[in-house]
Design a protein. Structure first.
Length: 197
């Protein structure tokens, strides 16, 4: 099946006992890829770029932790399959990670509308993230959510530039209260480029 069409299905789900036995090893195998797929932007924002492998593991983890059995499978597939890239995009879970509750409330209160400000810049072109539409990410009081899900859709030319070491790539947030960027390593770019068809 082409990568662009790959989704986690019921047939992929491992029996609970098998996953429990393999969980530690599977996590260890996935960890190096997850490290490459994590890009810190500024002091407390982090982009976690998803893939089939990260979402398969997440579905299995939720089933393992919540032990909801067969009834839970459909809900987990519906929640996580939309975050698997479709061949012309990168998909990120974006988190504002602030441990102190008061500070978190204050900072998120300044970040209303931030869900429209996530971008990947390739040379001079900015690709802004398109949000998952399941939940409003800024409340009526202007407070932003601490978790966002964004799709960054690339043209063929942008995909080619993304893997060209001579092209500058930046990942960032362009919000008046949080304007930060970071350049992913070439290793990270090569890993993320495996999401392109």
């Amino acid at each position: 099946m082409p990568a662009a069409e790959r989704r986690v299905t019921k047939a992929d789900i491992l029996p609970a006992a098998q996953f429990a036995a393999e969980r530690k090893q599977r996590r260890a195998v996935l960890l190096p890829k997850k490290k490459l797929r994590r890009v810190e932007v500024g002091p407390y924002c982090c982009f976690y770029f998803e893939s089939f492998d990260t979402m398969f593991f997440q579905v299995q983890e939720m089933l393992h932790i919540e032990k909801g059995g067969a009834e839970q499978v459909e809900d987990e597939l519906a929640a996580y399959n939309p975050l698997i890239p479709r061949g012309d995009e990168l998909v990120a879970t974006i988190m504002f990670e602030i441990d102190d509750e008061r500070r978190r409330t204050r900072e998120l209160g300044r970040l209303g509308g931030v869900e429209d400000k996530f971008f990947i810049q390739i040379s001079a072109e900015k690709v802004f993230g398109e949000q998952e539409s399941d939940v409003e990410r800024t409340r009526e009081d202007g407070k932003a959510s601490s978790v966002h899900f964004a799709h960054f859709r690339f043209s063929k030319a942008q995909q080619a530039a993304f893997v060209d070491p001579s092209a500058q790539v930046l990942i960032g947030v362009d919000h008046p209260a949080y304007a930060h960027m970071n350049a992913p390593s070439i290793g990270a770019r090569m890993e993320l480029a495996t999401d392109f068809a």
